[in-house]
Design a protein around this ligand. Sequence first.
Ligand SMILES: Nc1ncnc2c1ncn2[C@@H]1O[C@H](COP(=O)(O)OP(=O)(O)OP(=O)(O)O)[C@@H](O)[C@H]1O
Length: 615
Amino acid sequence: MQHVLRTRGNSAQDKNKKHVPNVPPIIYDDMQVPYEKGAFLGEGGFAHCFEFRKLDCNDRLAVKVVPKVILLKSTAREKLTREVEIHRQLSHRNIVQFHHFFEDSQNVYFTLELCSKNSLMELNKQRGPLTEHEARFYTIQVAEGVKHLHNLQIIHRDLKLGNLFLNEHLQVKIGDFGLATFCEKNEKKMTRGGTPNYIAPEVLNETGHAFEVDIWAIGCILYVLLFGSPPFESRRVQETYVRIKNNDYVVPENASPTANRLIRSLLDPVPDRRPTAEAVLLDQFFKTTIEPTYPPVHQQLHKEQDVKYFAPINPVLPHVEEPISPIYQEVANEETSEIRRFVKTEQASSFGDELSQLQAQISHILQNVVASKNKSSTRFGLNHSPEATPIFWVSQWVHFPNHGIGYRLCENSSGMLFNDNTQMKVNSAGNQLTFVDENNTEQFYTMNDQVPMNLQTKINIFSNVQSYMNTHLEADTHLEAEDQCVNKVPPLRNFARLPTIQNWFETKSAVIFHLSNGTVQINFLDHVKMVLCPLLKSVTFIEENKRVSTFTFANILTNSCPKKYLSRIEYAQAKIKLLRPTNNQEHVVYVDSPCRPTTSNTAHGAPLASSRYLA
Ligand SMILES: Nc1ncnc2c1ncn2[C@@H]1O[C@H](COP(=O)(O)OP(=O)(O)OP(=O)(O)O)[C@@H](O)[C@H]1O
């Protein structure tokens, strides 16, 4: 009986690892098409993987390189042959696409679909437990891929987070077919293989196994996604095996009943009782929401290397009727080397004037304040003006690339700007919903109203976003005014019309929001927020320690401004210029910033991803 067990630090693999391939900068496939070598992507027990660019079409690909010297060993040769034989037959959206297989004198190469966001393993390391809808989103894709494999009589036999790759749209792609095998309907395989934490009991018991081992692995995968670590994990591999054989695991109490039930059925010790991949997809767990949402890019600002995360994405709003996709164009701005994305929209702008007024006001202030920079604030004449503190600012935000940006305002109302430029907002009591369509027409619903069916999908997405913000992000509460006056809230607060985020973009140092009431807010990487209110002609700073200071423009013009805020006002001047009225709306802008935040971001909630995952 063969034993092909995969453990970290497995000595056979370690030996292979010493064979670091010598990879030329240009390689040629069988058709003599050249490929140019790019970044190193990662290594496994046998292969090193690099990004390559196919020079005849500029496509970016992953190329797995295996030094031929490794293939002198028959086991390695068999593994590779099986892998290629099976993988090349597959074509499915949840399976890494195999393209070509070729060799030169030193190495064999296989070119694969590039999965630039690494794998679910890195996601798990960074995030730990995911929300249930995130776990659902990934697991459903794994099950889709597995269903395809099983329909083709293929068992993967090594499903685990590290073999579930993510492309730039965070689509799951099953990869690494090194242990995969064809299996007849009633056939039982005897080869003992897999990765300890994910291995099924029938493999350990050597009673023969088939397709059900992949279902067991899906159970382990769902468990790790939901609770952070594998169900049978122990300090020693042998203990893990004992626990697997005894079906000794605990579903944490915070699991929903549907998640609990599904995990138990997937991790059933009797293989025949486990659901098929097809049945998994029909499970109640996946019906909990209409649309599993994409994992968000949240309130964390992104480090320099993270910027690529926002490389062109296709904003797709599922189930929303045509036309849904804004047209993105990338425009390089020579002056600031920015990359901008414009969302073409017919929406009329009523805020252009306020924006240009604000731009003019800020420039005017700056000319005066910055010109007298060295003078610094007298501190005697400069008064806090809490009565000019804006009524609304953004206290939480979360960006779901495939859906849009969700946010909560400081008075606890929340909203969402969808990628198709429609909006939804809900008042702080949660009983009034407003939908703003592409033409800026508002539809208003109360609890008693029947909401049209065509809004249901967006409502579902929006409510997922709200619950994400509730569970993962901290709101601006318990603010303290510099002079204890901020609580003297103008009575208008309760009656004011809720603004929406009209326009927003990110830089390397800040995220900048333009609200529909004209307010411009800049959240800096060091957690200081700056809220510029053209209506009240004031600027408010909210420090990380929640202290709030508001100054009127007039006051600043006469008495300058605290030195510590000068660079931020300068920054605002530069960035406000980049805002455009909504009929030429920008969603995301990257700029090299003159303002250097003092700390890196430590926003609340675990970071979404590792550097590579986001790189
Ligand atoms: N399609 C891909 N896109 C991006 N990176 C990839 C891709 N395939 C593999 N990689 C990277 O290369 C690494 C090695 O790949 P893989 O695990 O498939 O190699 P292997 O040697 O066959 O592994 P194993 O030891 O598990 O058999 C992965 O961990 C991953 O970082």
